[in-house]
Write a protein that binds this ligand. Structure first.
Ligand code: HSE
Length: 426
């Protein structure tokens, strides 16, 4: 199998090293060598592992190279990458990519093109680095009806929240982000990670595979972690919750939930034990029940591992449908707006420290049929009391209306802080 690699960054370096280190193992597993015939990158790489291979500074040359059977797209972005993958497929090559944005935003077109061309477009490395979650859902769980997929699918945000959540921590979001950048976990421009876009791309892909729907990136609800306050992590901790930045997709009678946001989960849940830069994806299905898939979500070795697993599949002649359903079988299910989703909620209110406030607050929630599960009142500071309330499940639209009422009641002094709680049992 002759391959051309486009991109000469961290993952490409990891792939070249892995192909060399495990050459004999791979040959024993697939019966033929994998040869790198060309590497393309706008800038000539300085790393020594690339030196042995033919190089071009025009990645499109790799797509046109008749000796290349499979193109590995590791350039990232969605402009050149889209043109490159189109060109490779049109030239009769299969493509392996780690590009979540490309699949989430242009997958529909590209899978159709691959199908027309009789080629494969595979993308295990696009979601959660080393974790073989695409294959697990597409293959190992193929006998199941999947009800929900819930995951920590961005290592940077998980690291930041872990730092903010350490016992007694006073670390702010900004301080934790600076530490993530110092340690090389967060990009110099961390926007994609902390604002949740990276996770949104990944969740879009997981949702489509789970439910056989179209890729619905345009409809996803995305909220990052920039507003998270360490005191909320602490108060929620007192009530038995941990804060995670989760991607949640769940199917119900009215449509599909597709949302990425900071979420409180019970401290005993498996996902609550996943700290630092680790990723973990939980799949809830009818026969297998809850399965948790965990591992490093980024980095040279972990991502190269997934790229190479796709290459091995291609060498073995695997023709599993890319999204786990036969072409033409994708269904158009509505994606629910966030205000239509049901959640338990955590509310933090700053209120005037005077008699009758608590009863008026609980009465407003009662008027909206919102049931309180727990209530915490902190000692007043300067005549301002902090009240934390967790609620039973309610549609978010109702909760928002109740919050408006609370905020205009005269008792509540600041905007109410709201964090969604996810209950795995519902
Ligand atoms: N930047 C991502 C993360 C890895 O922090 O998890 C690549 O998607």
């Amino acid at each position: 199998m002759n391959i051309g690699i486009c991109g000469a960054g961290t993952v490409s370096g990891g792939l070249v090293r892995l192909l060399s280190k495990n050459e004999q193992l791979l040959e024993a597993r697939i019966g033929k060598p994998i040869n790198i015939v060309q590497i393309g990158s706008r800038n000539k790489p300085s790393q020594p592992e690339f030196e042995a291979f033919a190089f071009t500074d025009d990645v499109f040359e790799v797509a046109k190279n008749p000796s290349v059977d499979v193109l590995i797209e590791l350039i990232g972005g969605t402009d050149d990458a889209l043109a490159l993958v189109r060109m490779a497929l049109q030239a009769g090559k299969s493509v392996v990519t780690a590009n979540k944005a490309l699949i989430a935003q242009h997958g529909e077109e590209l899978f159709q093109l691959a199908e027309q061309q009789g080629q494969q477009l595979v993308f295990e490395a696009a979601v959660a680095g080393s974790i073989p979650i695409i294959k697990v859902m597409r293959e190992s769980l193929a006998g199941n009806e999947i009800g929900a997929v819930v995951g920590i699918i961005n290592g940077t945000t998980n690291f930041i929240l872990s730092q903010m959540s350490k016992p007694g921590s006073t670390v702010s979001f900004e301080q934790a982000l600076a530490e993530a950048q110092e340690l090389g976990y967060a990009e110099a421009d961390p926007t994609f990670d902390v604002e949740g876009l990276d996770a949104a791309h990944k969740l879009t892909i997981l949702s489509a595979i789970a439910f056989g729907t179209r890729l619905s990136f345009d409809a996803i609800y995305t909220q990052g972690i920039g507003e998270v306050q360490v005191e909320d992590i602490r108060f929620a901790g007192e009530l038995g919750y941990r804060l995670r930045h989760l991607g949640i997709t769940r199917i119900g009678p009215d449509g599909v939930e597709l949302r990425v946001h900071p979420t409180l989960i019970d401290e005993n849940e498996m996902l609550a034990q996943v700290d630092d830069v680790m990723n973990a994806v939980m799949v809830l299905s009818d026969a297998a029940s809850q399965t948790l898939h965990c591992g490093p979500g980024a980095g040279a070795g972990p991502t190269a591992s997934s790229v190479l697993s796709d290459l091995v599949d291609l060498c073995r002649g695997a023709t599993i449908p890319a999204m786990g359903f036969l072409p033409g079988q994708a269904v158009d299910l509505p994606v629910l707006g966030i205000e239509q989703c049901r959640s338990h909620f955590y509310l933090r209110l700053r209120v005037a420290d005077r008699s009758g406030v608590l009863s008026r607050i609980t009465r407003i929630l009662g008027d909206f049929d919102i049931s309180i599960e727990a209530l915490l009142q902190k000692d007043p500071v300067n005549d301002i009391a902090t009240i934390v309330i967790t609620t039973d499940q309610v549609v978010e639209e109702t909760m928002n209306t109740a919050i408006q009422k609370l905020e205009s009641s005269g008792d509540v002094l600041e905007s109410v802080t709201l964090i969604r709680i996810f209950d795995f049992g519902e």
